[in-house]
Design a protein around this ligand. Structure first.
Ligand SMILES: Cc1ncc(COP(=O)(O)O)c(C=O)c1O
Length: 395
């Protein structure tokens, strides 16, 4: 901790625990103290820590072939992309590393499509995003954000972005102009405070986008790959976006792996030299990504997220805690909104740390509850007991 404080940049404020080992839903600190992980590295560890199948593939692939760049083909990438396209029912996939890079790629793709297919005048293409969105920390992503804290003293930003209220499809319809290239949306806002839009919102947005010739970009970097109890959160409303962004859990909790998936008409507009990444689609990432998809389906993680998520919400709903204002979410992406007059979510997280539960607050006073998708009922019971006690202690 001292070394991080001295030599590291303080762009994060970690809780005072130094973790050194993990397996499944359990994490241990340097003193051997055990914790239950209800954070999952912001949904990146959906498969649980050190999943044996994923570690085995990682080790085998690392010692065979790890990084070659896209200057050459590898014997791993094609199979990974094919499986991802088949599962997501989209035609092509472009591999990147982090979520923010997938967002940047989607913005580039949408702008290209606007100029070359839709016929928008040069340099006029617009992107509509939602209030409260989080699409990452690059200039493109924070350029879409309405959060002053994310943007302050990092400008100037690219022109052409516009914000509409999240959950209001009519506002989207009104904001669209002939120059609009795309609407980018998280099916559930994660960093915005686990905000679930009204039922039917996504489907209505998809209809509006189709009618107005605007691309629908679903940022499922956090909600995707089983987190909400279906493979994609879009599946809850049978929506097939024009561009789909995956990341986080795609790397199996081991590596950064992201994908932009979409129709050939859009992604096919990238010709050689127009976009790329040294590490994107490397054989190590492709092998782990493919196995991450297979484990998700073959080991029933998506169904477990649905049933344990329902159980978690039920159990949290039964707590007699006056500070709890709302419990929101779907599957194993849940947030407990706390009344700031009664209790500070940050203090609750510190109390939970001492009680062996790892989580963090998100957007103000919301306690994030997002364990790995392999979580078992007794682990949920243990966490809920500690949450109850921590709320009482901090109130
Ligand atoms: C919805 C969403 N999009 C994009 C990102 C950015 O991903 P990364 O941190 O891998 O760049 C995140 C990260 O939290 C996210 O939740």
């Amino acid at each position: 901790m001292e070394l991080e404080a001295r030599f590291g940049v303080t762009n994060y404020a970690p809780l005072p625990v130094a973790l050194s080992r993990a397996a499944g839903c359990q994490v241990w600190d340097v003193d051997g103290q055990a914790y239950l992980d209800f954070m999952s590295a912001y949904s990146a560890v959906s498969h649980g820590h050190a999943h044996p199948r994923l570690v085995a593939v990682l080790q085998a692939q690392a010692s065979r072939l790890a990084v070659v760049s896209r200057a050459f083909y590898s014997d791993r990438l094609g199979e990974f992309l094919a499986r991802a396209c088949e599962l997501c029912k989209l035609e092509q996939a472009l591999p990147m590393n982090t979520g923010a890079e997938a967002v940047e790629t989607a913005i580039k793709a949408a702008r290209r499509w606007a100029y070359r297919v839709k016929g928008v005048a040069d340099d006029q293409a617009g992107i509509i995003a939602c209030n409260g969105n989080f699409h990452g920390r690059t200039l493109g992503a924070i350029g879409l954000s309405g959060e002053a804290d994310y943007r302050r003293d990092f400008g100037p930003f690219a022109p052409g972005s516009q914000l509409v209220p999240f959950g209001d499809a009519r506002a989207l319809a009104q904001a669209i102009s002939p120059a609009t290239a795309a609407f980018i949306v998280e099916p559930i806002q994660g960093e915005g405070g686990i905000v679930v839009p009204p039922a039917g919102y996504l489907a209505e947005c998809a209809q509006i986008c189709a009618r107005e010739n605007v691309l629908l970009i679903a940022d499922e970097i956090q909600t995707g790959l089983g987190r909400t109890g279906k493979l994609l959160a879009c599946d809850h409303e049978s929506v097939r976006p024009d561009l789909l962004l995956l990341g986080k859990a795609l790397g199996g909790g081991l590596l950064p792996v992201s994908l932009v998936l979409g129709r050939r008409e859009i992604l096919g507009l990238f010709e050689p030299g127009s976009h790329g990444s040294t590490f994107g689609g490397n054989p190590l990432a492709a092998a782990v990504g493919l196995e991450a998809l297979n484990v998700l389906l073959e080991e029933g993680l998506i169904d477990n997220a649905a049933s344990q998520g329902e159980y978690l919400m039920q159990q949290l709903g039964q707590l007699a805690q006056p500070a709890v204002q709302a419990i929101r979410g779907r599957g194993l992406l849940q947030g407990m909104e706390l009344d700031p007059q009664q209790v500070q979510a940050h203090r609750v997280c510190s109390a939970l740390l001492k009680r062996g539960i790892l989580t963090r607050e998100t957007h103000g006073n919301v306690l994030r509850l997002a364990p790995p998708l392999i979580v078992k009922r007794h682990q949920i019971d243990a966490a809920v007991t500690q949450i109850d006690a921590a709320l009482t202690e901090c109130a």
